[in-house]
Design a binder for this molecule. Sequence first.
Ligand code: ITT
Length: 200
Amino acid sequence: MLKIVIATNNNHKISEFRSCFEQKGIEAELIPIKDTGFTDEIIENADSFEGNAYIKAKALCEFTGNIAISDDSGLCVDALGGAPGVYSARYSGEGATDDSNIDKLLCELSSVPPSERSARFVCVICVCRPDGEAIYLRGESEGIIIDERRGDGRFGYDPVFYCPDMNKTFAEMTSEEKNSLSHRGRAIEKLISNIDFLTE
Ligand code: ITT
């Protein structure tokens, strides 16, 4: 079976990868960082999703000698000039939580009318192979930031990210629904189309 190290500490991302692979019938063992013995802190200091995705996948590929994939993702809000973007995980500062990040986002947008609250989630997957080759797969998903939380599923900014087509926030969707139109689901679909890169 295909063995892939997944260079993330975010368990929600890992379960979304697992369920997308399952839904697409891809048999692969996804090995989380904690099972590799890697204990260094990875400094994500690039100013792009691609840059940070490369830093994470490269570190785990070099450490394990195995193929490694990473996911760098975030929320880009038009009225905030694309923020929080690559800083989404730590938007509300040191010790940020999903709740504190949402609170800060809603506060920043408090005077912005609904018609100007467009946003998109972006996900860049980087695949690094031990031979030094790397590829990037990008997925995006458009939505609107609503002014109160709806739903308690999923993670991160999901409770305030509303998809007009589904009349639901990501947090109100089943995992299958979210995977079918999310930034991560779309990037994983491209990853699966490039599965030869992982197996050749
Ligand atoms: P790793 O770096 O270990 O993968 P992380 O959570 O720090 O974990 P990122 O640096 O890529 O990952 O930051 C992504 C942040 O963007 C994440 O913590 C959420 O706040 C947000 N985010 C990304 N995808 C999301 C999704 O599907 N739903 C809600 N929020 C999401």
